[in-house]
Design a protein around this ligand. Structure first.
Ligand code: MN
Length: 341
C-alpha cells in the first residue's frame, strides 16, 4: 500500500507549499547511496516538471557507480563547493530533506539545513529528528525513492514522472532493497517498480550500471577478505569480516571499494548476522546486516555510536581495531540468544 493518501494533512500542507513556482533545494545524507541519489534526483526531475526550480545539494560526491544517473552532473557537493551548497540552501524557499533522519547526517551542511526557511522531510529511517513544515516518515517503506513515487501519485502528478525521474527512482528502490530481495520488498514495491518501468526505467541497464562497475582492486580485495579476513561463528550464525589499514593499502583501496562487502557474509548457509569492520584513518567503521527478526540497529546505537534499520545498520568506534572487534564479539552471544531464530 502507498504510505500516504490524498487527504493526509501533511500532504495538504505540501500541496499548499507547492502552490506557486518555488525555488527548491534537495539535500540528502553524507556518503550518498543509490536511494539518496535516486530519491533526490528523481524528485528534482519531477519538481522541475511541475514548474519549480530544484537544485540537488550533496554533503560529498557520490561513488563512481552512481555518477551515470540522469541529472547527477548537475548536483553540487560540499566537499568541493561548500559555499555554493550553503548559498543554494539559504536561497531556497523549500529545502527537501531526503533519506536521512537527523541534522548531523548532512555533515558540514548541518547549520545551513537547520537555518533553512522551511524544511520538508521525506525519509524511511527510524526516529526522525528533523524539524519540518511537512514531515513524511515511513519506516515500513523500503526506500525513500518509493515514498517519492507515493507522494507524487497522492499529489495527482504521476503523469509528470518521465524517463529520467523513473530511472533515478527505480535505481533508489533497487539499491535499497538489494535488487528486490530484502524483506522490505512488498507487492506495492513491485507495483511501483512496474510503474517506473512503464515510465522508461530499463531494469537490465540500471542493474548493470550499478552492480557491474567494480574495479580490479575491489575484486581482489574482496577475494582476499573472504579468504583471509573472515571469521565464521557457526554456532551463533554470525560472520565477522575485518579489513585493516594495511590490507587496504596492499590492494590500492579507494573510497567505495568495500561497498556491499558486509552483505557477502549473509550469503553463507546458516548465517543470520554479518558484521564488517573497516579501519579508516579517523575511526573504525562498523556495518551490520541481519536476516529475519534479528535486529542490529539497537546493538550499534547502544554500543557503537550508530543506528539504522532493523536488518541494516552502521556505526563507528575509536581504535585500535582489534579491541573494537573484541568488544563486539563479547556482546554477540547474549544478543543472539536474546533473539533466537
Ligand atoms: Mn534509503
Amino acid at each position: 500500500m502507498p504510505f500516504v493518501h490524498r487527504e493526509h494533512p501533511e500532504l495538504l500542507r505540501l500541496q499548499a507549499l507547492l502552490g506557486g513556482p518555488r525555488r527548491c533545494a534537495i539535500v540528502t545524507h553524507y556518503n550518498p547511496d543509490g536511494d539518496a541519489m535516486g530519491s533526490s534526483l528523481g524528485l528534482a526531475h519531477i519538481l522541475r516538471a511541475m514548474g519549480h526550480t530544484a537544485q540537488v545539494v550533496l554533503p560529498n560526491a557520490p561513488p563512481p557507480f552512481l555518477r551515470w544517473m540522469p541529472g547527477a552532473d548537475g548536483c553540487i557537493a560540499a566537499d568541493t563547493a561548500a559555499e555554493r551548497c550553503r548559498a543554494a540552501i539559504a536561497e531556497a524557499d523549500i529545502v527537501f530533506c531526503l533519506d536521512f533522519n537527523r541534522p548531523d547526517r548532512v555533515g558540514v551542511l548541518e547549520e545551513a539545513v537547520r537555518a533553512a526557511r522551511q524544511r520538508v522531510l521525506i525519509d524511511h529511517h527510524q526516529r526522525p529528528e528533523i524539524d519540518a513544515v511537512a514531515a513524511f516518515s515511513d519506516t515500513a517503506s523500503c526506500a525513500t525513492s518509493q515514498m517519492v513515487v507515493d507522494l507524487v501519485e497522492a499529489l495527482g502528478q504521476a503523469r509528470l514522472i518521465g524517463a529520467d525521474a523513473a530511472t533515478c527512482l527505480y535505481t533508489g528502490i533497487m539499491t535499497d532493497t538489494g535488487s528486490f530481495r530484502f524483506s522490505s520488498t512488498t507487492p506495492h514495491t513491485l507495483r511501483v517498480a512496474a510503474l517506473l518501468m512503464e515510465r522508461g526505467a530499463v531494469p537490465d541497464r540500471i542493474h548493470a550500471a550499478v552492480l557491474d562497475d567494480h574495479t580490479e582492486q575491489r575484486m581482489r580485495l574482496m577475494g582476499f577478505m573472504l579468504a583471509e579476513r573472515m571469521t565464521v561463528l557457526q554456532d551463533l550464525g554470525c560472520v565477522v569480516l575485518v579489513l585493516r589499514a594495511g590490507d587496504l593499502q596492499r590492494f590500492g583501496f579507494s573510497a567505495g571499494d568495500t561497498e556491499g562487502f558486509v552483505n557477502l557474509g549473509l550469503s553463507m548457509r546458516g548465517i543470520r548476522l554479518s558484521a564488517f569492520f573497516l579501519e579508516r584513518p579517523d575511526r573504525i567503521k562498523i556495518s551490520l546486516r541481519s536476516k529475519g527478526t534479528l535486529p542490529v540497529d539497537r546493538l550499534l546505537a547502544d554500543h557503537f555510536n550508530g543506528g539504522g534499520h532493523v536488518n541494516a545498520a552502521g556505526g563507528h568506534c575509536e581504535g585500535p581495531i582489534d579491541a573494537c572487534v573484541q568488544r563486539f564479539m563479547d556482546l554477540l552471544p547474549a544478543h543472539i540468544q536474546a533473539h533466537p531464530a
